[in-house]
Design a protein around this ligand. Structure first.
Ligand code: 5RP
Ligand code: MG
Length: 219
């Protein structure tokens, strides 16, 4: 049986108050908490620092989607208390390398390649692997999801190939409870859920349901 994926709650807010309330409400039901890209822009590293303080036992990911200045941005995220941070897949290899090295120099810290908008994923993947990158976020972006892109067999195929290459793959992007089953035949490492938990009538109950689904297919 494959290792169970980690459940990660994405806090895509533009204000601190609802983000902190949600982190405190649902933090115990999830292993990882993401400071979403909008929140990192609206509130900066104060959001990372505060969630780290409120949720000392969670893994924290800063979804900064860094395009340049990789080493410094990784340092800023890690210094603020994040365990994980993301670098945009479109970033130059130099940026990827510098963020990777910053993570490598610290215990328990990792950088992820964020695949939003990357068209030639398999062509780029071996370059990232050569640097040493181990993790990536396979992401159907919000804007794509709002227009036409739906999850399909081609996504599963690419995710499977990335895992075969040795990557640990997180999946994200408009995932609801009914979509957990979709990934059951690939050994995903992290299931990223934002709106489906945050906007549920009972976010705690919804997070529990995601854990039950994960246990059903990987338990
Ligand atoms: C948007 C993101 C989101 O955090 C990610 O898509 C998860 O949120 P949701 O489940 O609501 O799609 O990185 O760029
Ligand atoms: Mg995100």
């Amino acid at each position: 049986m494959a290792k169970k994926p980690i459940l990660q709650l994405a806090l895509d807010y533009v204000e601190m108050a609802p983000a902190l309330a949600m982190a405190q409400l649902v933090g115990k039901e999830v292993e990882a908490i993401e400071i979403g890209t909008p929140l990192t822009k609206a509130a900066g590293m104060l959001a990372v620092r505060t969630v780290r303080h409120l949720c000392p036992n969670n893994i924290i990911l800063a979804d900064v989607k860094t395009p340049d200045v990789g080493g410094l941005e990784a340092k800023i995220c890690f210094d603020a208390g994040a365990n994980w941070m993301t670098v945009l897949g479109a970033a130059p290899l130099a940026t990827v390398r510098l963020a990777y090295e910053e993570a490598e120099n610290r215990d328990g810290h990792e950088m992820f390649i964020e695949l939003t908008g990357v068209r030639d994923i398999m062509a780029r993947a071996s370059e990232w692997r050569d640097i040493g990158v181990e993790r990536m976020v396979y992401h159907r972006g919000w804007d794509e999801g709002n227009t036409s892109r739906i999850w399909g067999a081609d996504d599963l195929d690419t995710i499977g190939q990335l895992i075969e290459m040795g990557f640990q793959v997180s999946v994200a992007g408009g995932l609801g409870l009914d979509m957990v089953r979709f990934f059951k035949d690939v050994d995903i490492s992290v299931l990223v859920i934002g709106r489906a938990i945050r906007e549920a009538a009972d976010p705690i109950a919804e997070a529990k349901k995601f854990s039950e689904e994960i246990n059903k297919y990987w338990g």
